[in-house]
Ligand binder design. Sequence first.
Ligand SMILES: Cc1cc2nc3c(=O)[nH]c(=O)nc-3n(C[C@H](O)[C@H](O)[C@H](O)COP(=O)(O)OP(=O)(O)OC[C@H]3O[C@@H](n4cnc5c(N)ncnc54)[C@H](O)[C@@H]3O)c2cc1C
Length: 417
Amino acid sequence: MNDVRAAARAWFAANWRPDIPLGEWWELLAWSGWGFPAWDTAWFGKGLPASAAAAVEEERRRAGAAGPPTTLGAKVIAPLLLEFGTDEQKRRYLLPTIAGRAVWCELFSEPGAGSDLASLAARAVRHGRGVRGASASEASASPPEDEWVVNGQKVWSSGATVARWGLLAARTDPDVPKRRGITCFVLDMEQPGVDARPLRTMTGEERFGEVFLTDARISHGDVVGDVGDGWTVVRATLALERGIIGGISENLPPPVDVPAGTFAAHEQAGRQRGATMMGTGARSLVSALLERFGGADDPVLRQEIARLYVLLEASRAASRRRVDPSVAKLVTSEVTRTLRDLAMRIAGLHGTLDGPDAPLAGVVARMFLTSPSISLMTGTDEILRTVVGERVLGLPREPAVDEGVPWRELRVGTQRR
Ligand SMILES: Cc1cc2nc3c(=O)[nH]c(=O)nc-3n(C[C@H](O)[C@H](O)[C@H](O)COP(=O)(O)OP(=O)(O)OC[C@H]3O[C@@H](n4cnc5c(N)ncnc54)[C@H](O)[C@@H]3O)c2cc1C
């Protein structure tokens, strides 16, 4: 472990340059293996166990160097490609993703498939050479290569309007039970068959998109995992996300042109005083609010602060002990609600103000409006409680009326028999 620490320290001392553009730093970090040290040595990593990778992270922080991107692509899609992707996919997608050049989105949810995601209806049909099952009209319109043609609608896709690629879950076999006929793909978002429209939330921001797919094309080489086994990939994606939800940055194009040092300073500031709706920086936010508005002597507030503290410790313990990701996500939801209510209580009516001249630049108001979304994303609290009940506590499974029934025969979304 000491050798790893020393090697990381030496590398950061020799290579960290705050004046180079962030994108250049990320590229250097990617090729060095020190950005994602737990990854395989063949793919931008050092093959280190988690404890040694954590030591590398400490050394990076000690050096004041910027960390690798914390985008959905780098934190979720890249690890998935490492697990399920082909070598060609890794060659093609990993570097642009971890160098911050490409944003990804996740195209899972549909208007008729959210909590019951396995009932999704976006349809992918395989065309091309030697493919059986394509109808005469499909075959005549089929493209020359071995491709999939996708039609359907996705919704709530974070970052869809700026994403270069999407991880898409689509139905490839409607004649088997719902979880068995799904396949995952990498979808090129910059093609004529993909129409990503922004959705505005109550904060006034447009961070989501709804995506309409009309004869969108996907090369067969972009199937992720096995055909018909997309549910395994979807579940792995959600598990990854649930475990690290507070550590994923907003799904926006990363600022690759800013000096790496400016970004590193931002990161540091975020750690010290940045408060997000997920409890990152909760302690510093509460301190700042008490300093600004008083209330540290109020016994009811003190009790609530103690409750938040206990939850934050539980959250820390959950991430250290690698508990089931559903438990970790539920704790995150609870921390979010507790922090929101506490912040509002301390700030009073001031907490409803937003804008640069509002107290703490409006962080409390924004947190208040964003907080409900945390209990929904990557699976609602209700669904996660069911998952915990069944998979962690071993309670009897919820009764299911669609077990063994081919998807085509289900009444899901707008589907009619
Ligand atoms: C901030 C945010 C980011 C998101 N990002 C993405 C993304 O990038 N890509 C993507 O594909 N999706 C994304 N989503 C969508 C998210 O995964 C869904 O909103 C979520 O799965 C819930 O689905 P739904 O909205 O259709 O609600 P529904 O499934 O319609 O649920 C409505 C209500 O009914 C409850 N309910 C439903 N079924 C049950 C049950 N069996 N037992 C008990 N209660 C039940 C739910 O808990 C919920 O309260 C995002 C959502 C949010 C809020």
